[in-house]
Design a protein around this ligand. Sequence first.
Ligand SMILES: Nc1ncnc2c1ncn2[C@@H]1O[C@H](COP(=O)(O)OP(=O)(O)OP(=O)(O)O)[C@@H](O)[C@H]1O
Ligand SMILES: [Mg+2]
Length: 391
Amino acid sequence: MILEDLFLADFKNYHNCSFSFSPKLNFIYGENGNGKTNILEAVSMLCYTKSFLMNAEADCVKYGENAFEITGNFKNRVDSKSTVKFLYHSEENVKQLICDNDKVTRSNDFLGRFPLVVLSPYDLKLTMGLQQDRRRNFDLLISQISRVYLNDLRKYSKIIKQKNSLLKDNLITKRYSNKELKELVGVWNSELLDLAVKLMIRRLDFIEEFKSYITSCFERIVGNRYSPVISYQSEIFEEADITGYNIDTLKNKLQSVLEEKLDAEIKRGISLAGPHRDNYMFYMNKSGEMFEMRTSASQGEHKTFVVALKLSEFGYINENLKHTNTGEPVLLLDDVFSELDKGRIKRISELITDFNQVFVTTTDKDHFGILKNNFTDSRTFYIVNGTAEKC
Ligand SMILES: Nc1ncnc2c1ncn2[C@@H]1O[C@H](COP(=O)(O)OP(=O)(O)OP(=O)(O)O)[C@@H](O)[C@H]1O
Ligand SMILES: [Mg+2]
């Protein structure tokens, strides 16, 4: 997939601005606070149906205005073109996504049509931060290649929401006796069981599949002194053998964990077990010693891990979509090179040459010198206060 051009109207600090992009490297530079990341955010809204920064649409309308528009023209592997338009009106709080003149009513049917991988400074929270950030990251990744996973995830989240609202509501109203409440929660538990196990198995399979991508990417950036490890942590795996899992074992195990937790769930008013509580753990094996990223990695190691993770996501999506017309994902690298030493920047820039279309933002114009030699085509954009000068 290639994003050929982009038009922004009253989006953040852009009043009216058009960009015509290179199919390879787009180098976007400028001083702090001028609107580089805003361009990437707009692209993510076209591909993900929401901002990669999780900003509300209302905050993206240019100050003093009441609506914004983002329009992008994409071209797929077989040169078929698509126009995607994202419109938002703040007065009615109405968001519209239009793809080739058709309104997109279910984002489930849309996600993955324009695959995208974003790497930004906010991704450091993947190795440093909360488990929900890691879950969200991998849910988005798997969803871009599997409609089944996305549908299961949506259904499961809906059930958990209803179960939580029952538990929370009863904590305040005491509408049901303990026995009645247990029966009602039991109904939700039996509804969620199959979905929960399907999600867990997909995630476990994903980790297995993803291992070779992240290992080789890491090796290309830092050599084989380091090797990354991702593991899946769940309440129900304490005793179950993860390598030999099957659907029935996992279902039985989850069922008994849910029964064990029932009293605690009622007491706390929240559901306590299932894939929405599971965790992806990141470890690093450094010269034979294993340490957990979150607690023990240095700043540079965090950054390197996240860069390798995201570049591997690109390879993973690409491989999984190779038999479709969609084509390779677009890669957005927001301010990635600051804090990395020149050697790593050089190796990363060599690595991304194999990629499809890449957008790089930076405050340092000199990075262009390192990057440009690796690309057959490039365009640079100098961003000043919501305007772009093509250089
Ligand atoms: N709704 C909005 N309306 C107008 N301007 C906005 C809006 N939201 C954010 N901005 C402006 O956009 C600018 C930030 O843009 P952006 O984050 O893209 O900068 P940047 O060039 O990436 O900077 P840095 O190099 O620091 O990352 C800020 O100056 C901010 O005030
Ligand atoms: Mg920025």
